[in-house]
Design a protein around this ligand. Sequence first.
Ligand SMILES: Cc1cc2nc3c(=O)[nH]c(=O)nc-3n(C[C@H](O)[C@H](O)[C@H](O)COP(=O)(O)OP(=O)(O)OC[C@H]3O[C@@H](n4cnc5c(N)ncnc54)[C@H](O)[C@@H]3O)c2cc1C
Length: 536
Amino acid sequence: MNTHEQIVDVLVIGGGTAGPMAAVKAKQANPKLNVLLLEKANVKRSGAISMGMDGLNNAVVPGFATPEQYVREITAANDGIVNQKTVMAYARNSYDMIEELDRWGVKFEKDETGDYAMRKVHHVGTYVLPMPQGHDIKKVLYRQLKRTRVEITNRLVATRLILGEDGRVAGTFAFDCRTGDFHVVRAKSVVLCTGAAGRLGLPSSGYLFGTYENPTNAGDGYSMALHAGAELSGIECFQINPLIKDYNGPACAYVTGPFGGYTANAKGERFIECDYWSGQMMMEFWRELQSGNGPVFLKLDHLAEETIATIEHILHTNERPSRGRFHEGRGTDYRERMVEMHISEIGLCSGHSASGVWVDEHARTTVPGLHAAGDLACVPHNYMLGAFVYGRLAGESAAAYSQSNELAPVPLDQLEAERTRVWAPLGRTDGLQPNQVEYKLRRLVNDYLQPPKATRKMEIGLAHFETIRGDLDRISAAGPHELMRAMEVHAIRDCAEMAARASLYRTESRWGLYHARVDFPQRDDANWLTHVQVAQ
Ligand SMILES: Cc1cc2nc3c(=O)[nH]c(=O)nc-3n(C[C@H](O)[C@H](O)[C@H](O)COP(=O)(O)OP(=O)(O)OC[C@H]3O[C@@H](n4cnc5c(N)ncnc54)[C@H](O)[C@@H]3O)c2cc1C
């Protein structure tokens, strides 16, 4: 196996949603810059929107909502703990981004006059913009990457950020999951866009990769940011989502709601009082599941045939198109009866919740030269459009940084230490298999961190995560692909430890189910109306 070295101006890690936008915007800011987009899968079909997207959850469109109103709503949905400047930066750029995506060829639903066909799903504002034809979004992004001549490398797994002697970011270490070759990519500025930490909890199906989130998002970026000395925030505000039971796709409230579909208990009654983007809503869902009224269902069987056919067309051709086959296999038909729902495993994700790397309104982290965008950047409830907006802000800011700073000098021992750590599992025979360690770790996450959270349980969990640190030195990998799984377990363990520590630190309950503590059941604004930062 070989070692390759490369120098670029701007390095973007993660080619899903925010990453391609960041790379395009850095290149547009200055076409002379050498911009590299590095992805562990293949940029053409990677990330949360690999099969398209059926709607914008949080479009701030003039005439339907103002930026100020949106900031107020997100502040309330997140129980008062948001960096409002970052949410405002999203809201102010939201409409421009929709128009730009529209010009690029992304298809949004429009009315007969050509205006965006906004739908009301939340109690107060109107924010949902359907995209029934949104399956081509990755193709549209790829075209822009080619047009702006962004350099792309697929199958490279970033493992640790390179730090300069002066504390600035200086690039990343990575390896090729096909050949095992080690890569040193030096850069003047870096944008982290590696998505949510989606493989933290274990789904109730038991499948390691049957997660709500795109499963290549194992939490690598959270771990890399931590080891680089960046601050993370809101880690105790877990992500938990409603979903169709045993199907790793969303519950589709935003699609079915405007057509008259709703979440019901076993008696067919509505029970959700709360707005759709809050942990309080998840608390109501969880309580109903536990009560004699459970389980919980998606109710569409009262709708007309044409309405159901329209819903099916959207849900079965876009975003998670395997959904139709799943229902066929299960013998469930929306027309005949309600479809059972459940709650997802826990994860870290600012796109749906609030846990991420701390950024300012220019997507800058606390490490000079390092930027973050998308689900891993702490801008609550940012969803897909937020990933695009922050991708743009990060790309522009990273381009400016790389033009006014030289490459940071790097201590020589970093390279050797990281290459030894990364290649170690390939040299071990008779070690622990990555999937076994991952299964054990994530089962422990379920046992000890899944809300409602209990102090003693989380302390025991933390002790287990410490023991698993020892297991990491015994993992073996039969080849480069399995090496990727091995290194992902390192990241998942870091995320589990951060989740436990941040949850233990906040001695109150907040954000509904996301941070419900049985031994501190009350919200305590007098002491805890504040961010909790995690740093190494
Ligand atoms: C099931 C589901 C349904 C959703 N529905 C909606 C919706 O209807 N409307 C809406 O607005 N939003 C929705 N969202 C949210 C939206 O999709 C996300 O907020 C957004 O796509 C996140 O973008 P991202 O760039 O942060 O992550 P991603 O698009 O997931 O990209 C992350 C990329 O990083 C790569 N990567 C990870 N680790 C590494 C590494 N170590 N090295 C190199 N590459 C790496 C991954 O392979 C991936 O390609 C949904 C999300 C999910 C999961």
